[in-house]
Design a protein around this ligand. Sequence first.
Ligand code: HQG
Length: 174
Amino acid sequence: MVRVSKYLAKHLRHRPERLGLALDEAGWVDVDELLAACASHQFPITRADLDHVVAANDKQRFAFDAQRRRIRANQGHTVDVELDLPVTTPPDVLFHGTVDRFLADIRRDGLRPMDRHDVHLSADEHTARRVGARRGRPVVLTVDAAAMVAAGHTFRVSANQVWLVSAVPPEFLR
Ligand code: HQG
């Protein structure tokens, strides 16, 4: 399950061309095409496996469209996609998990999306801690989302509850 999830994340967020796939402008790809491409790249996935990964994924990383004919990653892309998520008012406070070695740069430049489209923020501290822990001892930053909204920044939330914003200037971080 983790292997399949990682394989899908790699190709649905970052390198679809490696499987000979093209995502549409909103990040969708036809399920039958995806499964055929996986099979022809020595990574066969059955439709039942795929359904299971989408339904049971710990972070709900993927979603089918209403007809269950297309699939996309809910967030985290580095390829150019427009997810068409509506602007949404966030909770007053959001969290970002990172590590010590980035703090000096973050204090100076704020949070930047780096290779992804947006900065990824969590509504709960626990999730942010887990995100930071991917890189070492986690440090959790608090984002004054209410003040950002008041200052005109716009937030979106992915289908799997990741809050997305294009940047967080340093004055909104603690
Ligand atoms: C850091 C995973 C220097 C930032 C997670 C982070 C998440 C800066 C890294 C999702 C910086 C970027 C995203 C600045 C930010 N100077 N470093 N100005 N601004 N950074 O992976 O948020 O499991 O692109 O703190 O759970 O760590 O893949 O972002 O450490 O939801 O589904 O630059 O990826 O989800 O790293 O993680 P990332 P992230 P999945």
